[in-house]
Design a protein around this ligand. Structure first.
Ligand code: AN0
Ligand code: CP
Length: 322
């Protein structure tokens, strides 16, 4: 694996999930692989899980990690080629990426969408500029439209939990929120679910459609109660619509999940990527209940980051020896 920016960078998503589950049994097994190697992590937005799980993953592989909150501690970056930099942008990504590639063997970046410029966000302009100017592999720590490390952890969690000989029914259920959130977690989850042997449905209010590119061929059910019928896994997530982009149209119906609503499921598990606004997106009763897979998802962020880094380091090694 050269870079990790979406499921499409993975030749064998199921193989990767299984490898992560193996790794989990003996997390320090590969701690010589990253010897004398440096992982650079740059954040343009906040993070708890992604930041710490990536640092810990580096440790598990014997790698050193350096972290920078680029938005707060770095120079203001210019991302457009040919810009005349006479305003508030101090450093061009071309120069910053050259420096980072000199200091680091792998670079991870978190870059949320603007939620105002759909074209720029969906072209992944920021991530693509880093990919263009970095001379070392790049890992997405959540980009404008995708969060593949999260979806890999979610897939690992489903794989580990499900032990029946039939396909599980997985439902991605829109949740209320007080702000406009990115579509990245949902787009990415949809992409990964389409690679697994699951029966996948998305439920959301009318007007909260995701980008067609990520939901093509996926069942969409606008009645939440109907979608929940017989569900084995209910992934709860808020997102703002693709159209009108980044707005939050009023939703009259009650979309907050409850114990009562969960009765329609097949004793379903509850999933959420965190951070969660308690009693806005999900009630305490479900977050703290027995069917919550949320702690497992957070734990599996460690193995999703480790397995991805491991594959990238192995590919680098193969290329060096070729
Ligand atoms: C972000 C999002 O929804 O993309 C990060 C989730 C991992 N969430 C918030 O901004 C609250
Ligand atoms: N789930 C997730 O990516 O969390 P952070 O934003 O805290 O990294």
């Amino acid at each position: 694996m050269k870079n990790f920016t979406s499921v499409n960078d993975v030749a064998d998503p199921i193989g990767l999930i299984k490898e992560a589950i193996e790794l989990k049994k003996n997390p320090w097994a590969h701690n010589a692989l990253g010897k004398n190697k440096t992982l650079g992590l740059i954040f343009l937005n906040p993070s708890l899980r992604t930041r710490l799980s990536s640092q810990k993953a580096a440790q598990l592989l014997g790698m050193n990690a350096i972290v920078m909150n680029m938005d707060k501690e770095g120079w203001a970056l210019e991302w457009s080629d040919g810009a005349i930099m006479n305003t508030n942008k101090t450093e061009h990504i071309k120069d910053a990426a050259m420096v980072l590639s000199t200091y680091c063997d792998v670079i991870g970046m978190r870059c949320f969408p603007t939620l105002t410029d759909r074209e720029a966000d969906y072209s992944e302009h920021v991530l693509k500029q880093l990919l263009k100017y970095s001379t070392v592999p790049v890992i997405s720590l959540e980009s404008a439209t995708l969060h593949p490390l999260q979806s890999l952890a979610d897939s690992i969690s489903i794989f580990e939990t499900w032990n029946k000989p039939v396909k599980p029914k997985v439902v991605l259920s829109w949740a209320p929120h007080v702000k406009a959130l990115p579509q990245a977690v949902s787009n990415s989850f949809s992409e990964w679910m389409q690679k697994l042997d699951v029966d996948f449905t998305i439920t959301h209010p009318k007007g909260y459609e995701l980008a067609p590119a990520f939901t093509k061929g996926v069942k969409i059910e606008h009645e939440q109660e109907k979608a929940l019928e017989g569900a084995d896994f209910v992934y709860v997530k808020n997102w703002s619509p693709y159209e009108p982009y980044g707005q939050i149209p009023e939703v009259k119906k009650d979309w907050l999940l409850s114990e009562q609503k969960m009765k329609a499921t097949n004793n379903g598990y509850i999933m959420h990527c965190l951070p969660v606004r308690r009693n806005v997106e999900l009630p305490d009763e479900l977050l703290d209940g027995k069917r919550s897979l949320i702690p497992l998802q957070a734990e599996n962020r460690l193995y999703s980051a480790t397995v991805v880094l491991k594959r990238i380091l192995e590919t680098k090694k193969e290329l060096q020896h070729a």
